[in-house]
Design a protein around this ligand. Structure first.
Ligand code: ACO
Length: 363
């Protein structure tokens, strides 16, 4: 029987940090409101595109696995903010890595993209189609937020995380997945003007509006994540008490606490990064996984569950068993180009587009 062990991991968080106090200088909000509702203190704003963040995270994951770039025969790029739709962004990562042999696939299930991608990659390895695959979650959400909409813009950040999966005969890696979608609820979290249905008149194309029903999403997210976690654990014949780590999608600390409470899981077994990075959509799980490995909190053969939900409303969970190695083999000498702007300076032109749109609409 073939399995797909995680042998490498890496993240790339852009340096510019946007705090709640920064946000309160451009909209009617406060650190108190944001932190008490979401557990978020700050988020990162990227000065480069999502595909470049993805390349750096992927290079770091490949080094951690101790592999050469041409050992990789598959690149899966999970994102809802790909830099280009055509060509896809996994081919950008391949080119930047200097890889000549990998199949390249982009996948979008919003915040569940990494979860869907790691489940897909595991299946491709188990089927014998691929042997060594990089799975990436990367987003530049700051680019398409409406910075005049406080309901939505405070919740998100930019970043990327990646893992390397390698075929093995040892029963480790993702051992069960439950994936699904509440398609009837797809309008509770939606954007207009973003995709081939967009109005291509220049001004309106620049501005993207968000439809968002936070409380409805909150309820469905909690339900979907609990059901998916229970399903994935049941399929693997694992009791919830045996789980060493929950690495959930980081949309809101209160959603994570509600899921943990319903599952009877102590918060000290739940990994949290939402305070520092907010919701980076597809990137939250690989970034959080990388952080707790860097903090040496994962032990060999730990049992880990990763629940998520996202626009769609997609939901899911994967149960995985870690392998023997918890230290990286090597580090990549790859960095982002320097950033000479503050986070507020980076979003200023975007905010200007949103403001202009409001003036046009209300005229
Ligand atoms: N600052 C100040 N006030 C705000 C802000 C803000 N940033 N945002 C909203 N408010 C106001 C609203 O205008 C509203 O005011 P009103 O009552 O006068 O109309 C009020 O705050 C709403 O407050 P609450 O009902 O207490 O807000 P709630 O506790 O529901 O928290 C939140 C809102 C954080 C959005 C929550 O519902 C949530 O986390 N939902 C799910 C998160 C989510 O969906 N994330 C994205 C999905 S992931 C993906 O795939 C993209």
């Amino acid at each position: 029987m073939r399995y797909a062990e995680i042998t490498g991991w890496g993240k790339c968080m852009p340096p510019a940090t946007l705090t709640n106090d920064d946000l309160s200088t451009i909209m009617d909000t406060s650190d108190e409101w944001i932190f008490s509702r979401t557990g978020m203190k700050e988020r990162r704003i990227s000065h480069v595109n999502a595909d470049e963040l993805a390349y750096v995270a992927a290079a770091r994951a490949i080094a951690a696995a101790g592999l050469e770039v041409n050992d990789i025969d598959g690149i899966l790029f999970g994102s809802m903010t790909p830099t280009t739709l055509m060509p896809n962004c996994s081919s950008y990562v391949q080119k930047r890595l200097g890889n000549k042999v990998a199949a390249c696939m982009d996948l979008n299930s919003a915040c569940c993209s990494f979860l869907y991608a790691i489940s897909t990659a595991t299946s491709l390895i188990q089927a014998g189609v691929m042997n060594k695959v990089v799975v990436i979650g990367a987003e530049k959400l700051s680019w398409f937020l409406d910075w005049t909409n406080r309901n939505v813009s405070v919740l998100f950040g930019d970043g990327a995380g990646a893992v390397v999966l390698e075929a093995t005969s040892e029963p480790v890696g993702v051992l069960s997945s439950k994936l699904g979608c509440y398609g009837d609820m797809r309008d509770t979290l939606a954007t207009d003007n973003f995709g081939s249905g967009a109005n291509r008149g220049l001004d309106s194309y620049a501005h993207i509006s968000w439809e968002f029903d936070g409380q409805e999403i909150f309820k469905r997210a909690t339900r979907g994540m609990v059901l998916a976690t229970q399903g994935a654990l049941a399929d693997a014949n694992v009791d919830v008490e045996e789980v060493d780590w929950v690495i959930p999608h980081q949309a809101n600390r209160r959603i994570i606490e509600a899921v943990a409470k319903r599952m009877n899981i102590d918060m000290d077994r739940v990994a949290i990064t939402v305070d520092r990075y907010a919701n980076t959509s597809a990137a939250t799980i690989p970034v959080t996984l990388t952080e707790i490995l860097e903090q040496k909190r994962i032990q060999p053969y730990d049992k880990i569950v990763m629940p998520a939900f996202g626009a769609g409303l997609t939901w899911g969970a994967a149960y995985l068993r870690w392998g023997a190695r918890v230290e990286p083999i090597a580090e990549a000498a790859v960095e982002l180009p320097p950033c000479d702007k503050t986070a507020l300076e980076l979003i200023e032109p975007l905010l200007e587009i949103n403001r202009r749109h409001k003036v046009v609409v209300s005229a």
